[in-house]
Write a protein that binds this ligand. Structure first.
Ligand code: DGY
Length: 327
């Protein structure tokens, strides 16, 4: 019997391709070309499965052009590149990679928070530019992490990981806001207190965004929200571009409406709002929060495992729309 045909839409670890090749006829993209939508549809037309990343948009148009497609396995926990309703309507399974990246991403959120509060990249640029000629009492004086109030917007697994790092590791007073409140045991484990979004904005010394992107969270942080924050506060976004209004944030940073920001994700990335590139008080990284070698390998293997389980057993480890598996 011939093997099902799958597309691996972006470059990935060779051992993962090797593993998938035992089960599938694989077309890969080790040149890591970013295909246009038309090119992606062309490549997917004769495929039963796809190994996708957050940059590969799977919507109604793609699904209509690729009627043989049965599963898209995303190598990401976020799946806002999927039109999940359209996939479900066509009986196409979507999967993602939760859990395996939680701790690595929480580590990075904390790293970005510390770099932002302590002005690490700003001061490094100064040093590299040869501007460091003497010590001075307030040179790159930032804000403290230990003992400060850490606000977390979005308290899923990654948010909880950040909360624990803050409360247990740095003695921070942790507050959070989420669509639904955590149970008392989880709140106690995280040493985190539930507050309204307004209180979160007004009281946090450092605000970290870890909520999923959706129409409801689009521009959850815009000019009005930034205006409620402390002037000394920092803002970190490791969630998704579009949750922050980047133009409003650049303006707030320029006006010193808040002290600083750390951003790993951007509206319209990989493009970055030009104003963010010119303000000094922002740390910018290219969407790498989950990028440690072991974690990226674990994510790729989980996506591969979802494809294998689906085609061999009509199930998946981490399905997003398991209703399509029934029957
Ligand atoms: C995720 O897993 O959603 C990360 O943002 C990597 O894309």
């Amino acid at each position: 019997m011939s093997k099902p045909r799958i597309l691996i839409a972006r470059a990935v670890f060779p051992e993962v391709i090797e593993r998938l090749s035992h089960h599938f006829e694989v077309e890969s993209n080790q040149a890591d070309t970013v295909w246009s939508k038309v090119e992606l549809m062309e490549k997917l037309r004769d495929k039963a499965g796809a190994f996708t990343t957050g940059s590969d948009r799977i919507d109604g148009e793609v699904l209509a052009a690729c009627p043989q497609l049965k599963i898209c396995a995303n190598m990401a926990v976020g799946y806002n590149n999927f039109d999940l309703d359209a996939m479900t309507a066509r009986g196409v399974l979507g999967t993602n990679t939760p859990d395996v990246l939680t701790e690595t991403t929480a580590d990075f959120g904390f790293a970005l928070l510390m770099a932002t509060a302590r002005r690490i990249t700003e001061s490094e640029h100064y040093l590299r530019a040869g501007q460091w000629t003497k010590w001075s009492f307030d040179m790159f004086a930032g804000s403290d992490i230990h003992g400060a109030t850490l606000g977390i917007l979005g308290m899923g697994r990654i948010g909880q990981g950040i909360a624990k790092r803050g409360s247990h590791g740095f003695g921070m007073n942790v507050i959070y806001h989420n669509r639904s409140r955590l149970d008392a045991a989880t709140e106690a484990e995280c040493k985190a207190r539930y507050v309204s979004k307004e209180e979160l904005l007004k009281t946090a010394d450092h605000l970290v965004l870890v909520l999923p992107y959706s129409a409801a969270s689009h521009h959850a942080i815009g000019a009005a929200e930034l205006a409620q924050m402390k002037r000394t506060a920092t803002l970190v976004n490791i969630a998704r571009g579009g949750i922050v209004d980047d133009a409003a944030l650049a303006q707030a940073l320029r006006d010193k409406r808040i002290a600083a920001a750390g951003l790993d994700v951007f509206e319209g990335e990989p493009a970055v709002h030009p104003d963010l590139l010119t303000v000094p008080n922002v740390v910018l990284t290219p969407h790498i929060a989950s990028s440690s070698v072991p974690t990226r390998l674990a994510m790729a293997n989980l996506a591969a495992e979802n494809l294998i389980e689906f085609f061999t057993q009509n199930k998946a480890l981490t399905p997003l729309n398991p209703q399509v598996l029934k029957g």
